[in-house]
Design a protein around this ligand. Structure first.
Ligand code: NAP
Length: 254
């Protein structure tokens, strides 16, 4: 674990997309540790419910802001307000995202652009500010949820996958830049997880449980890991998928 103050002070954690199923489960772990939390989400009612729940679970401080994170012009003011409210920041956790409608995005560039904007452009905007904040202090962890979908483009979700691929590569470069400044960048690559995003998807009963995924994420942050495949089995699966030759891969219906 790392703190900007002392090893016993509650950690100061900024959560972007705090009503996400995975983020909420992770926040429950941090609340039980007595963390200070600043939560950002766009649904005011659900955000208030999540905040109230985390207070009862032991968070030492919870503040919130309602924001559509596609509004990148608002990011600098929003983030400055968040770190001011937390009186610093040890961890920024980026969890917001959309799966989008792949079939629609194949026909309609506006639908494709929406996926790219929410899943790539908005995180790049947030991370630009957050990385510079951390570099100035030579401390901090930027934990960002990308996806195994970004490891290789597949016909079933290549718009979402390409946005996440861009995000994973951005994080790789950012890590390479800020590691020497004492800043940790964790790229989180979940396989399918049971959350609102995958509700009703065929076979979703077999998907990973959000609480188990959250526990792995919290551990990876504590250990200052670089990349996390979660559940772990997705690491060898994606290794194989990434290395399949195109002449084989293009015949598969994935
Ligand atoms: N579930 C999976 O199988 C899976 C697998 C790999 C990676 N991931 C990634 O994990 C992260 C969390 O997803 P999840 O599974 O927890 O799904 P989720 O419960 O559907 O959470 C997604 C969250 O993103 C928020 N969001 C979307 N667009 C936003 C915007 N413009 N401004 C503010 N908030 C916005 C949503 O808010 P609203 O509720 O207001 O829409 C929602 O709270 C995402 O980045 C996702 O891509 C998920």
């Amino acid at each position: 674990m790392s703190n900007t103050d002392t090893d016993t002070a509650p950690r100061k954690i900024l959560v972007l997309g705090a009503t996400s199923g995975i983020a909420e489960a992770t926040c429950r772990i941090w609340a039980a540790e007595g963390a200070r939390l600043f939560l950002v989400a766009r649904n005011a009612e659900r955000l208030a419910a999540v905040a109230a729940d985390l207070r009862t679970r032991g968070a030492s401080y919870v503040d919130t802001a309602v924001a559509d994170l596609d509004d990148t012009d608002r990011h600098p003011a929003l983030l400055a307000h968040a770190v001011n409210s937390l009186t610093g920041m040890d961890i920024a956790y980026l969890a917001h995202g959309i799966l989008g409608d792949q079939a629609k995005a194949e026909q309609d560039f506006n639908a494709a652009a929406q996926i790219i904007y929410t899943d790539f452009m908005a995180p790049v905007s947030l991370l630009t500010w957050l990385a510079n904040f951390c570099v100035q202090r030579h401390a901090g962890t930027l934990a960002v949820i990308s996806s195994v979908a970004g490891d290789r483009g597949r016909r079933s979700n290549y718009l979402y996958g390409s946005a996440k691929a861009g995000l994973s590569e951005f994080l790789s470069g950012l890590r390479n830049r800020v590691d020497r400044e004492g800043v940790t960048v964790l790229t989180i690559k979940p396989g399918p997880v049971k959350t609102a995003m995958t509700f009703g998807v065929k076979g979703s009963y077999r998907f990973a449980d959000a609480d188990a995924v959250a526990a792995s994420i919290a551990r990876a942050i504590d250990k200052q890991r670089d990349v996390l495949y979660v559940p772990f089995r997705w690491q060898p699966i994606m290794f194989v998928l990434r290395h399949l030759p195109e002449r084989v891969f293009k015949k598969l219906s994935l």
